[in-house]
Design a protein around this ligand. Sequence first.
Ligand code: PLP
Length: 411
Amino acid sequence: MTALKEFDSEIYNLIEKEKERQMNGLELIPSENFVSLAVLEANGSILTNKYSEGYSGKRYYGGCQIIDGVEDLAIDRAKKLFGAEHVNVQPLSGAPANIGAYFAILEPGDTVLGMDLSHGGHLTHGHPITYISKIFNFQRYKTDLETGLIDFDNVRKMAKEFKPKLILCGYSAYSRDLDYKQFKEIADEIDAYTMADIAHIAGLIAAGKMNNPVKEFDIVTTTTHKTLRGPRGGMIMCKEELAKKIDKSIFPGLQGGPHENLIAGKAVAFKEALQPEFKTYAEQIMKNAKTLEKEFIEAGFKLCFNGTENHLILMDVTSKGLSGKEAEKVLDAANITLNKNMIPDDPRSPMDPSGVRFGTPSLTTRGMKEKEMKKVAQWMIALLENPKDEKLIESTKKEIKELCNDFIFYK
Ligand SMILES: Cc1ncc(COP(=O)(O)O)c(C=O)c1O
């Protein structure tokens, strides 16, 4: 980054500091990952200069003949990766992908049945604080507090009662796999559309390690920057018969010019995910999460949804006398980064909830395996059980730095 260093040392220095932070600590936020240098290069390329409103072969700007090739490649690779009939790679992120999908098939006032936020749903699934909750009527189902599974009897009951035009599944903080067939059966009974938001688990699905809704569901949305390990961005996959509606909804309905540098980054990430090594990577993400699960259960922590079948764990920390905010703070002080999170039916507030959410994609990208995960869990357990022990915080921070030095991802 020589030009940047020379022209704008303030931004250059902040980027270097952030790189140090990312490399010297343990990144456990389950929605984050470290992209490859190839993806970074595509993101930072001259494709950022080009306007290309419209779609391949039908653009509103001249000079798009090369850009068309970039977008076509991204689409072809995504189709291959997920087995999709139609793909739109233009959504700028996960939120616009979801909003674009709603407007493609719904009219204002229509009802959507989605998961309650405290049980793992995302803000864009109709949280009352969002604009879309003022446009569509969102009803919320929950998980069964005993089994940690989706209560399909209740989903069916709610579907019959509220007659939603869309049944939505796929979550931000849910740690179990999903039975998409059951959602589809219920949707067929009331003639509703089906949509899955696989933002968190897209990489695990692409690698064939989790159930794939793409064949059965009408619409599948995702981000590209979580387990899929691509640039920040979104994507929509759908059945061919919805292709025109989805494309029109994203452009001109919701967005302007697509970010072609990021679409190139998506294409590169999809190529990486098509390699056999990506399957091993996804498998290791899940093995690492299982190792954390075992350590925390043995230490007497309460894991929501009875543990994990993917890359993340949602953990209730109140039984250890801490709030989620306090847990986040003490771990942060030792350079362990995760986020406070609501647990199902949380009696506490979103700014100081009962739980923390953490996951393994970033550490797995750095090459860490079960042996390192055991250490990570032991550090976290000791800190959570002794949150006021300043000496422990300092010594853990040092030990973490030593471990991190053996797993430097960005030199
Ligand atoms: C399930 C789910 N959908 C959508 C989004 C929104 O993605 P973005 O932050 O890229 O807009 C997220 C983000 O965390 C998510 O977890």
